[in-house]
Design a protein around this ligand. Structure first.
Ligand code: DAH
Length: 346
């Protein structure tokens, strides 16, 4: 092959690159010249037949051709890629818009948030405690007698001799007083656990909100009542009222059970309040001095001297309030995550 023939081939290949109509045609050109069985490798193989005087020049030109061809192919390839239409799905402008459905807060979370907001206006802050508690915080310091039935393995999820899944949020009272000097004014929402068989009104895992107000200033049962009366109105509506019934809890003396007036019938009597006009909501009372004694012993000081501090405590079930407030007949509905139910409570 002569130099002139080589140049002619170079020119022809450049023309073919320019003439290629699409990427597939371009690829054919590449294979024809640069492929393993292409023209350029074949020419390189036959270099030995070129007269020795011409060989260096011949080699240089083959190399220049190869480089020029590769560059031209790459440029043309890029041009095709840039011009290719972007593959977007057809958009139908006549379709109606799609609604974005917003998430909604779960009724249990809503009652907790509302409770926190109501008590925040009365100066209560939210405190937190762990689900796994000690025997001391959950029972002993709350003045529960050593052999009280609530400590039975049939009632309480014991993890070890000393650790358990808390049966109430009351132990957070102990944690708070152990860590902070009076005054203490907190509510503590959280999960609680009991070995209850699940039915329409019971669950082995539910939520409580505990409240505690302890001060060196006098705190009375009347303060407790007015606080809970305010809570009842803010949570259930302006016509709601409260009544106290005497009761017993180990950690309060006196102790009361707290009823809200039935918000469905306004107190006249209906199915929801079982014709009584009242719905049992909370336990409460004046903190028993024995609780302060346990706290002082745990603290190692006299910050809660029973002759100098006094206060009230209360606790209620969140699911119960949610069920009454929203008219939910079965506690299990609150845990089934059925969107048909939950979305009705927006
Ligand atoms: N912890 C009690 C329960 O689970 C509720 C309770 C009653 C809390 C009286 C209190 C209280 O703080 O003073 O049944």
């Amino acid at each position: 092959m002569t130099l002139a023939e080589l140049d002619a081939l170079h020119e022809r290949s450049a023309g073919e690159v320019a003439a290629a109509a699409d990427a597939a045609a371009l690829e054919q050109v590449r294979v024809r010249y640069l492929g393993r069985n292409g023209l350029i490798p074949a020419i390189v193989k036959q270099m030995k037949d070129v007269p020795p005087a011409e060989r260096p020049e011949f080699g240089k030109r083959v190399q220049a051709w190869r480089t020029a061809l590769e560059t031209a192919l790459a440029e043309q390839q890029q041009a095709f890629a840039a011009a290719a239409p972007v593959d977007t799905p057809a958009f139908d402008h006549t379709l109606p818009g799609r609604w974005q459905s917003l998430g909604k807060m779960h009724p249990v979370s809503r009652v907790i948030e509302e409770t926190a907001a109501i008590f925040a206006r009365l100066g209560f802050t939210v405190a937190d405690g762990p689900d796994i508690e000690t025997r001391f915080n959950n029972f002993t310091a709350l003045n529960t007698p050593a052999h009280h039935p609530s400590m039975d393995a049939s009632d309480t999820f014991w993890l070890t001799d000393d650790l358990l899944l808390r049966t109430q949020t009351s132990p957070v009272q102990i944690r708070m007083m152990t860590q902070h000097r009076p005054p203490v004014r907190i509510i503590t929402p959280g999960r609680t656990y009991r070995r209850d068989t699940t039915d329409a009104t019971h669950s082995a895992n539910f939520h409580q909100v505990e409240g505690l107000y302890v001060d060196t200033k006098p705190v009375s049962l009347a303060d407790l009542k007015s606080t809970l009366a305010h809570f009842a109105k803010a949570m259930m509506g302006p016509d709601a009222g409260v009544r106290f019934r005497p009761h017993f809890f180990p950690f309060t003396e006196p102790s009361v059970e707290v009823d809200f007036s039935c918000h469905v019938c306004g107190g006249k009597g209906c199915r929801v309040c079982k014709m009584s006009g009242w719905i049992e909501i909370a336990g409460a009372g004046i903190v028993d001095p024995r609780v302060y004694e346990h706290v002082n012993r745990a603290r190692g000081d006299d910050a809660y001297d029973p002759s100098k501090v006094n206060g009230f405590a209360f606790g209620f079930g969140v699911e119960r309030v949610a069920m009454i407030k929203y008219g939910i007949p079965d506690i299990r509905w609150l845990y089934e995550s059925d969107i048909r139910f939950l979305s009705q409570l927006a």
